[in-house]
Design a protein around this ligand. Sequence first.
Ligand SMILES: *[C@@H]1O[C@H](CO)[C@@H](O)[C@H](O)[C@H]1NC(C)=O
Ligand SMILES: *[C@@H]1O[C@H](CO)[C@@H](O)[C@H](O)[C@H]1NC(C)=O
Ligand SMILES: *[C@@H]1O[C@H](CO)[C@@H](O)[C@H](O)[C@H]1NC(C)=O
Ligand SMILES: *[C@@H]1O[C@H](CO)[C@@H](O)[C@H](O)[C@H]1NC(C)=O
Ligand SMILES: *[C@@H]1O[C@H](CO)[C@@H](O)[C@H](O)[C@H]1NC(C)=O
Length: 392
Amino acid sequence: MGVCDFLILAALFTVASTQFVPPYTEDCRSDMYPPKGPTFKAAVNWYTVDLDLPPSKRWSTLITEKKTELVSMIQAIRDLADAFVPSGRLIELVDITLPLMADTLPEPFGDEIKGIAAASGVPLGEVVLFNIFYEVFTVCTSVVAEDNNGNLIHGRNLDFGLFLGWDIKNKSWIISEKLKHLVVNLDFKRNNQTVFKSTNFVGYVGMLTGIKPHAFTLTMNERFSLDGGYIGILEWILGSRDGMWMSFLTRSVLENANSYQEAKTQLSLTKLLAPAYFILGGNQTGQGAIITRSRLLSLDILELDLKLGRWYVLETNYDHWKEPFFLDDRRTPAMKCMNKTTQQNISLNTMYDMLSTKPVLNKLTTYTTLMQVSEGNLESYIRDCPNPCMPW
Ligand SMILES: *[C@@H]1O[C@H](CO)[C@@H](O)[C@H](O)[C@H]1NC(C)=O
Ligand SMILES: *[C@@H]1O[C@H](CO)[C@@H](O)[C@H](O)[C@H]1NC(C)=O
Ligand SMILES: *[C@@H]1O[C@H](CO)[C@@H](O)[C@H](O)[C@H]1NC(C)=O
Ligand SMILES: *[C@@H]1O[C@H](CO)[C@@H](O)[C@H](O)[C@H]1NC(C)=O
Ligand SMILES: *[C@@H]1O[C@H](CO)[C@@H](O)[C@H](O)[C@H]1NC(C)=O
């Protein structure tokens, strides 16, 4: 049993001790797109981030506009920390120790995070915490598929907030609900030209979901392992800083790599602070891959292979050559729906249908993003999972 299995069991007991939650699955959904109905909360708005500005100023406009939502989410994290360790000591520790960490982060990330703290009025240590958080509490589904005409479609559900406070009355995760108000689409520009686009949470400078138009698409899913994020983060704090934060690497790849091959090389070879899955789509037939990473190296690369009938690659949070943990099997239902759809009928519509099928859609799902590299298109939707629905 891995860390993840253990943590999920712990979460299950937390939830099950307060109410009975049966595993909830359903038949593959259809006709969900364009998004509508109770699983669709809102379309995500666009903002521009100007890479020509100094890092400390890039986020100011966005942060100023979304300050209320950001402060409300940070307050929810404070409340949780206080419930966990009463007397405010945990947040006190964060406020004292983590600001030092901002100075150890590589550029432009350190300065961007300081700029976010300045613009929002949130203490620097808490913004640092928020940026580290994602490296620890994300579970997701990502898929790259190729249609009959060689077009690549990349879809993902971002599920975030596991263990972060189950609201018994609302049957929802407190932090996941808060985060839904912070989802934005970002257009990163240099010289007034789009360099890449992403779906992000306001206040977070790494990338979990992004596209370099006409070149490649990229998502990251967490890979749990004993030698995981906690140890890498601890080593970072203790001064061993040769590994890269995972979501900083994805951001750097989106910004600097210019092709599928280049992105694949960087994602495979850069030393990381924690294990991860990178799901990469290119702009030509056969260019889709799941890169399974340990901290040091790429353990496995599974690519599209049409000759073998592999017209899609799909990743949740388990190594593809192993069975998923039985209490958290989103892979089998997702693959069942992909197989039922067939390559002939894969499209934004049918991919959205798959990503709308419980438990691929669950209580942690904050957003669904669909990307089409040939069109340079990224679109995302904030999601809800009405009851009955799996907590993860
Ligand atoms: C519970 O849900 C209701 C309606 O969706 C909302 O108004 C309320 O703020 C939620 N409570 C909490 C604690 O999130
Ligand atoms: C930036 O590009 C947009 C359209 O792409 C144009 O309307 C605008 O005038 C440009 N701004 C500058 C400063 O060049
Ligand atoms: C695919 O990407 C490569 C590298 O960026 C580029 O040279 C090529 O023109 C792209 N092809 C298409 C069809 O966009
Ligand atoms: C989906 O199809 C693939 C390829 O044929 C097969 O390996 C896999 O077992 C199928 N999965 C499900 C859940 O139907
Ligand atoms: C293809 O997908 C659409 C939904 O987008 C569905 O209405 C249609 O029945 C599907 N066609 C086939 C042949 O499965």
